[in-house]
Design a protein around this ligand. Structure first.
Ligand SMILES: [Zn+2]
Length: 468
């Protein structure tokens, strides 16, 4: 063989190798989100968002971006700082049946990546406040009612006279006890929950009533819990399938509709399915502009609840550009009850200080509950000589020169500050303690420490999905 031939052979071999590498690089990786970078996913979300697609079409598209994604039961948690479940707040590399449905739903509603991350946390947590106590643990008992802002139970709409119902007791106390957790507030007492479902033998007749993107809960025949598995209904050229992150398959797959139901009918563990549907039009509550998306979830405890006195006059309007933290300056561990303590602060500001209303826009109690104070569109007030115009004033109840703020207050502060940063376009690193603006001890050295050591900023950034 001549030298020319050898060169030619090597060139061809090289070309083939380069070709294979290029194909590997661009072809299979492009298709699925579990191989894509945040930047690539961000571009894809923006591209889809710009198209005029229905909710069903988006659900169908985004669900297909995870076909083949590796299954992992424990894949998402309450973030790296959580006490009990420090898995990441978002994991696109490995998914389970629940995270799969939640991720597809959040993508469907999102316009870009940070938007997606935020919406996801609002789907996962009551009021968007991240933590074990506020997570929507039970699909039918917690998750469905908490997501009534974007999701409807359509079981009866689909099944009509074939619909059955079942009532069970949902217990957070039992749930947490089972995990060995006994030191978090129980948000919900044990309660009876009744749900609709369709028995398997009726489901085949209702295939045409299902829509692509319908979210499905597989209903167990067991006390204390309803849902054993979450799936999506997808309709495409191949007909109707259940698309789901399957533990037994170890990945996300399409299971043909009739065959899958036939399998389930053989299994006495299950009694049927419940169906939920994402709304096509969602009321985003627009005051925050496009970031109004973040708003439906952070609903502070209302003035009516803490029995606030009305404002004594109309406030001066301002545009929020800063966030400033305060403490109430009185040691406080929850006694007297928060609404009494907050009323006392309001009385002091209105009666003693002759101001129109309580000084602060929000207050946070030791359980991490957030209370609405003065309307945030009005300038707040202060004991000291800085001008609070443009400042959103958040007061954490306690004297943090003496006591230390707790984890629940940090979680609430993180959620509230993140919400306001997103709403008003404030950078998390612009958050200040009162003492950085004027001569005062407020908000106390132990609360100021969360600003000075970067902890609060880092948490807010994570909350906003800025870190991968
Ligand atoms: Zn202050």
């Amino acid at each position: 063989m001549g030298k020319k031939w050898a060169i030619r052979l090597v060139s061809v071999a090289l070309a083939v190798v380069v070709g294979i590498l290029l194909v590997c690089q661009f072809w299979p990786r492009k298709a699925v989100y579990y191989h894509m970078s945040v930047q690539e996913i961000d571009r894809d979300i923006r591209r889809i968002s710009a198209q005029n697609l229905s909710t069903a079409e988006r659900m169908t598209y985004y669900s297909s971006r995870f076909l083949g994604a590796p299954y992992e039961l424990y894949c998402q948690g309450d973030g790296p700082h959580a006490r009990y479940d420090p898995l990441p707040l978002l994991n696109l590399k490995k998914i389970n049946c629940m995270t799969y449905c939640e991720i597809v739903m959040a993508l469907t509603l999102a316009d870009y990546y940070i938007d997606f991350f935020n919406i996801l946390q609002h789907i996962r947590y009551e009021n968007g406040i991240i933590g074990m106590a506020t997570r929507n643990h039970y699909t039918m008992g917690d998750w469905l009612p908490a997501n009534s802002w974007c999701l409807d139970d359509v079981t009866h709409l689909i099944g009509g006279a074939d619909t059955r119902s079942v009532t069970r007791v949902i217990s957070h106390e039992t749930f947490f006890a089972g995990k060995g957790i006994d030191d978090i507030p129980i948000m919900y007492r044990d309660r009876e929950v009744t749900i609709d479902y369709l028995p398997f033998d009726t489901l085949l007749q209702h295939e045409d009533d299902l829509q692509s993107g319908d979210v499905v809960a597989l209903i167990l025949d067991a006390p204390g819990i309803f849902s054993a598995h979450m799936l999506l209904v997808i309709k495409n050229d191949q007909g109707t399938v259940f698309r789901h992150a399957s533990m037994s398959a170890g990945k996300t797959i399409d299971s043909p509709f009739a065959a899958y139901i036939a399998d389930l009918r053989e299994n006495p563990k299950y009694i049927g399915m419940s169906f939920m549907r994402m709304r096509d039009k969602i009321d985003w509550d627009q005051p925050g502009g496009r970031h109004g998306k973040f708003r439906p979830q952070i609903r502070p405890i209302s003035r009516r609840h803490w029995e606030a006195d009305p404002a004594r006059d109309v406030g001066r309007e301002h545009t929020i550009q800063f966030i400033t933290l305060h403490h109430s300056g009185v040691e406080y561990y929850g006694e007297p009850e928060p609404k009494t303590a907050i009323r006392a602060i309001q009385r002091y500001h209105q009666v003693e200080k002759k101001r129109i209303d309580i000084d602060y826009h929000y207050l946070i109690d030791p359980d991490g509950l957030i209370y609405a104070g003065r309307p945030e569109t009005w300038v707040g007030d202060t004991e000291t000589d800085y001008d609070p115009t443009g400042h959103l004033l958040i007061c954490v109840l306690g004297n943090f020169e003496i006591q230390k703020p707790n984890e629940k207050q940090l979680a609430a502060l993180t959620a509230l500050v993140a919400d306001k940063c997103l709403t008003y376009g404030i950078l998390p690193e612009q958050v200040r303690g009162h003492r950085q603006l004027t001569e005062t001890l407020c908000p106390g050295k132990h609360l100021q420490e969360w600003i000075d050591n970067g902890l609060l900023i880092k948490r807010v950034q994570e909350r906003l999905g800025w870190l991968e």
